[in-house]
Ligand binder design. Structure first.
Ligand SMILES: CC(C)(COP(=O)(O)OP(=O)(O)OC[C@H]1O[C@@H](n2cnc3c(N)ncnc32)[C@H](O)[C@@H]1OP(=O)(O)O)[C@@H](O)C(=O)NCCC(=O)NCCS
Length: 336
């Protein structure tokens, strides 16, 4: 497992990308900025000022880190103008933009939009909604997609897992889209397959999950979620025939060859899936935590996918090493 994480960091280091960390007021972020700089994983712009960084992390060497404080930076005006241009049609005035650009997460998102950094990481001390909203408002989605989604790279324990041949699975969307439509499930499947290749280094075999396998269950009286997933499978086949994808599957049918041969005979994905798309955030969030806590998998993420430029959210419970890893993943996304 640690070899896999080291590989992510060294691949990132080779790219020499610049990533903005928005929370210089947080000890873990300042420590991570120093570690990333020392290990050469990325160049870091840290939003904050020297006095405050020294206060929260007095022993940390800040050399090599670019510190920027939106309250005093000459860039703030430029970003306020950029924000105004981007949001005036949504009712933002120049005064509102001038005020909003001083916000650290918005300032970081605007740095990314302006091309002054290659990636953005925040969320150690802000909620997911507050971390991602500036990105959703100014970075927007990549060409060809209307949806930002998220996934976790799930790394098998060092002792191995007999179902996880490559040592890596991808679970989506466990953190962002609350109740995706069939069309959004297709977007999540495509983006997760891409992340599986780019970050996970595996050839994606996508299972669209449900409590039903190939029509075995029916919840027409309770929201039609089986139908929603089955429709997503049909749409994905039409839109992206090159994608190795099937469903709807129960998790065991997607994972276990013996169960697959009973419940979904003839499927090219059942029993060998490595990318699992959950029907909604309840299932996905619970599912990844079960794999983590009971299965001993390490969850890397949530990794955001579908943004026009790489922007990632940290968990507020994160540690310094999690931040280092998220910056490495962000750099890899920037290099793609
Ligand atoms: C991500 C999240 C914060 C978005 O919040 P929201 O209230 O829908 O955002 P808003 O309605 O303010 O939308 C802001 C902008 O983002 C866009 N947007 C929102 N979600 C989007 C998505 N998934 N993909 C692309 N754009 C999106 C909106 O269209 C809007 O654009 P506009 O202002 O230019 O018109 C929300 O989906 C959420 O809270 N998800 C769950 C997060 C969570 O709690 N996770 C816990 C587990 S880690």
């Amino acid at each position: 497992m640690s070899a896999y994480l080291d590989m992510i960091k060294s691949r990132a280091a080779a790219l020499k990308k610049t990533v903005v960390l928005c929370e210089g007021e947080d000890k873990r972020v300042v420590e991570a900025a120093a570690k990333i700089t020392k290990d050469g994983i990325a160049k870091i712009v840290l939003i904050g000022n020297e006095e405050e960084c020294k206060k929260v992390a007095p022993d940390v060497d800040l050399s090599g880190i670019t510190l920027i404080d939106p309250l005093t930076s000459e860039l703030t005006d430029k970003y306020a103008k950029l924000l105004y241009e981007l949001r005036k049609e949504k009712g933002m005035t120049e005064e509102m933009a001038a005020e909003a650009a001083k916000d650290r997460t918005m300032f970081g998102a605007l740095m990314l939009k302006a091309g002054d950094v290659d990636g953005y990481v925040s969320g150690a001390c802000h909620s997911t909604a507050n971390t991602l909203r500036p990105g959703l408002q100014v970075i927007k989605t990549a060409p060809g997609t209307k949806l930002v989604s998220s996934c976790f790279i799930m790394i098998a324990p060092e002792s191995g897992n007999k179902f996880c041949k490559d040592g890596v699975f991808v679970f989506a969307d466990c953190a962002l889209n609350i109740c995706p439509t069939s069309e959004q499930l297709v977007e999540i499947a495509k983006a997760s397959a891409d992340t599986a290749k780019v970050i996970g280094g595996i050839e994606p075999r996508v299972a669209m999950l449900s409590f039903s396998t190939k029509g075995s269950g029916n919840d027409a009286k309770y929201g039609n979620t089986v139908e929603r997933v089955a429709k997503a499978v049909a749409l994905a086949r039409e839109e992206s025939p090159e994608l190795i994808l099937d469903g709807e599957f129960q998790f065991d049918a997607a994972l276990v060859p013996e169960v697959a041969s009973i419940k979904a005979p003839g499927s090219s994905v059942a029993g060998s899936a490595n990318v699992f798309v959950f029907p909604d955030i309840n299932a996905g969030n619970i599912g990844y935590k079960i794999a983590e806590r009971l299965g001993g998998f390490v969850a890397v993420g949530p990794i955001c996918q579908g943004f026009a430029k790489p922007l990632n959210d940290l968990s507020r419970g994160c540690c310094t090493d999690d931040i280092v890893l998220t910056v490495a993943v962000t750099a890899l996304q920037a290099g793609h």
